[in-house]
Design a protein around this ligand. Structure first.
Ligand SMILES: *[C@@H]1O[C@H](CO)[C@@H](O)[C@H](O)[C@H]1NC(C)=O
Ligand SMILES: *[C@@H]1O[C@H](CO)[C@@H](O)[C@H](O)[C@H]1NC(C)=O
Ligand SMILES: *[C@@H]1O[C@H](CO)[C@@H](O)[C@H](O)[C@H]1NC(C)=O
Ligand SMILES: *[C@@H]1O[C@H](CO)[C@@H](O)[C@H](O)[C@H]1NC(C)=O
Length: 667
């Protein structure tokens, strides 16, 4: 009986638990566990067999005011979890400078997932791909031009570690074992698809994740199903999962996972519900029937599945990435992805087909699916030319130009996104046309408005993989300008050290031009500070083609509903409303024809300011330049009646060009 006093409290605790009396104690770590079961080939959550049905959503592609709505619709679809990427470059814009406020408040997003009863599969990178600018890596890594990304290069590892020391401590208290809702954490992303195949790097990441998150959390990898992908992407101590779309044979694909994980749960971490779009290619779509059938097959086998994407959203501002396959392929502004929830967050036929499949395997939550959000046709917004870009350099580049003998890249002048003007002077009289040119593939990614003495030369633009020469004339001392645009850094494959700007010399009849003034433009700050700027000269050169700003305002009738912008007669550029950068428009190239405008960027009771930067050419209709918010863009500016079909309105990409085309989704 000597030990009686020590036993009594334990006995009491046992009695309380036995009678299911709620304890006011924090959940014991032992009570919450999420583990692999290699005997029964499943996960175990709190000791019970478990499999998840999950969907991907990227908080960086959804306006914060819409987070709850999208997550609620995912919950109501019957999902038990969401899979979430953390884009490093979204949070660390400069080395050691962090941003976790507003749309970047990842902790607030995670709080919402927990509130709604969703589990989280977290994918903190450091590389994420995601068709996001540079696959989520900060472009400042390229300030050291010879850095070897995604490898054991000490410069790269040092940057990764200081980031993980900021991010992962925010994650640790949210792990399932610690009372949170994060059940597992992915290390790197499809590393087996990367040429480096550096196990030292993966081992280093494993060490950092363990040191910062503890020994209990389930860490995993995701790779394609090819032997070399599984060979280079997997590591002892990281559970290997795979990804494949409805075009793959499920038995064969999971057979590939079994090469590397003979036992344990079957997991498809990216089951493709649709696919991304590139500028200049057909709109991608995947049939609901195929998506639902493949999902049912996997669930039948007892697999855990994450659907990529469940809600794609939008590449606002400059965040879209690009691919490289024979040539540079920039991704569109819309990341609708033909996903079950459309770009505007509306349930589609595909969502209901998926929900029906899920209902055969686990109960759906009670209650109806929320309806599509209302859209509003605010109509035609007349715009006026406000300034030629080249006349506004004082406002767009207040710190003044950088001087350099030869052109410098964006990275060399620490410009992450957007636009830079390169300016020099003709060194001699050019009375007869001479060839002005850049080496092939050195215009990254588009050059506009090559002007000599303010006159546009040639077509008006140069493409990265197109012709980069033209004929010019002029006098010694004439100013020569060219505007360079970063269209998004490559996010997948070997070429992710994707430098931007003028990567080679511009030459006049083969002799390099020198003595450059380089203007890194901060257009977003200028736009956010409100147009018009008193400091701006009025557009002087009437009828001049080339990059120019157009502005206008519109009022809302007491509502701020979502809408879509059309660009009648416009070619290519960038759109802001109330200083919010809605992304690139490029109806001339397509397939995307409109931009999604979330209602949360609109003002009620005061004018909404619209700013358009048109880079190429505007062919305005008889009523003058205008953009149209879902109406008012009929032929010759007549009011056009919009269809009120929500499924159609949820798609900002025009499927017409691609009718009938369908992509397998498994690459
Ligand atoms: C999938 O692959 C397995 C094994 O190769 C094969 O037996 C089966 O017929 C295939 N299924 C389909 C639908 O092609
Ligand atoms: C991209 O990477 C591949 C493979 O390493 C290489 O062959 C090719 O030259 C690279 N292309 C560019 C434009 O850097
Ligand atoms: C530009 O030309 C100069 C002079 O010929 C040369 O030294 C320099 O390497 C060239 N720059 C590039 C990026 O080719
Ligand atoms: C909107 O434009 C008006 C003038 O048209 C200007 O006074 C105001 O500062 C602008 N506001 C913003 C937020 O851009």
């Amino acid at each position: 009986m000597a030990s009686g006093s020590a036993v009594a409290p334990l006995f009491l605790l046992w009695l309380l638990l036995l009678h299911n009396v709620p304890l006011a104690l924090p959940a014991s770590p032992l009570a919450r566990s999420f583990e692999l079961d290699y005997e029964e080939d499943c996960f175990r959550k709190d000791g019970a067999p478990f499999r998840y049905i999950s969907g991907s959503i990227h908080y960086a592609r959804v306006p914060r005011p819409a987070w709850r709505d999208r997550l609620l619709k995912m919950y109501m679809s019957g999902l038990s979890a969401v899979q979430v990427y953390v884009p490093w470059n979204y949070h660390e814009p400069r080395p050691g400078v962090y941003d976790f406020v507003g749309n970047r408040d990842v902790e607030a997003f995670l709080d919402l997932t927990a509130e709604l009863g969703l589990l989280v599969i977290l994918r903190p990178g450091p590389y994420i791909c995601a068709e996001w600018e540079m696959g989520g890596l900060p472009s400042w890594l390229l300030w050291k031009p010879d850095i070897v990304l995604r490898s054991s290069d000490p410069a790269y590892l040092a940057a990764v570690d200081s980031w993980l020391h900021v991010l992962l401590p925010k994650i640790k208290p949210r792990l399932y074992q610690h009372g949170g809702n994060i059940i597992s954490v992915q290390v790197e992303n499809e590393y087996g698809s990367y040429y480096a195949c550096d196990y030292g790097y993966l081992r280093h990441l494993l060490g950092s994740f363990r040191a910062l998150l503890g020994s209990e959390v389930l860490l995993f990898t995701t790779d394609g199903t090819q032997p070399e992908e599984l060979h280079c992407g997997t590591l002892q101590g990281l559970y290997a999962t795979i990804d494949f779309g409805p075009g793959s044979n499920v038995t064969e694909a999971f057979g590939a996972q079994r090469w590397v994980e003979p036992k344990g749960p079957l997991v498809n971490s990216e089951y493709y519900t649709g696919w991304l779009d590139y500028w200049g290619e057909a709109h991608a779509s995947t049939s609901s029937v195929r998506v639902a059938r493949g999902l049912e097959n996997m669930l039948q086998m007892g697999a855990s599945v994450n659907m990529y994407m469940f809600h794609g959203g939008t590449n606002f501002a400059y965040w879209s990435g690009a691919d490289f396959k024979d040539q540079y392929k920039p991704v569109t502004t819309s990341y609708d992805y033909d996903a079950p929830l459309s770009e505007a967050g509306d349930p589609t036929e595909k969502l209901f087909a998926i929900r029906t499949v899920i209902s055969k395997f686990q109960p759906l939550p009670a209650g109806p699916m929320p309806s599509p959000t209302p859209k509003y046709a605010y109509g035609r917004v007349a715009l006026q030319k406000h300034a030629d870009l080249l006349d506004a350099l004082g406002v767009l580049c207040p710190s003044g130009p950088i001087q350099s003998q030869f052109p410098l890249t964006f990275e060399a002048i620490k410009q992450a996104h957007g636009f830079v003007v390169y300016r020099t002077q003709l060194p001699r009289d050019v009375p007869d046309p001479a060839t002005l040119g850049a080496p092939p593939h050195s215009i990254c990614d588009r050059g506009y408005d090559v002007t000599v003495a303010g006159c546009q030369q040639g077509l008006g633009w140069w493409d990265r993989d197109g012709q980069t020469t033209l004929r010019v004339m002029g006098r010694a001392g004439d100013t020569l300008d060219v505007l360079l645009e970063n269209m998004g850094r490559i996010s997948f494959g070997a070429n992710i050290s994707d430098f931007k700007g003028l990567l080679g010399n511009l030459s006049l009849d083969s002799s390099p031009l020198s003595n450059w003034l380089i203007y890194p433009l901060d257009i977003d700050t200028a736009v956010q500070q409100g147009w018009p700027h008193a400091a701006l000269p009025k557009p002087s050169r009437r009828g001049r083609a080339g990059p120019a700003f157009y502005t206008g305002t519109f009022e809302t009738p007491g509502i701020a509903w979502d809408t879509f912008v059309k660009f009648p007669g416009w070619s290519k550029g960038q759109l802001w409303i109330n200083g919010f950068n809605l992304g690139r428009y490029w109806p001339r190239r397509g397939p995307q024809q409109t931009l999604f405008v979330p209602g949360s960027v609109l003002h009620i009771g005061r004018p909404n300011n619209v700013t358009v930067l048109e880079l190429e050419a505007l062919r305005a209709g008889s009523l003058g330049p205008a953009v149209c918010l879902q109406a008012g863009c009929g032929a010759e500016g007549e009011v056009e009646v919009m269809e009120r079909d929500p499924a159609q309105q949820g798609l900002s990409t025009m499927p017409a060009a691609a009718a009938g085309k369908s992509r397998g989704g498994s690459e």
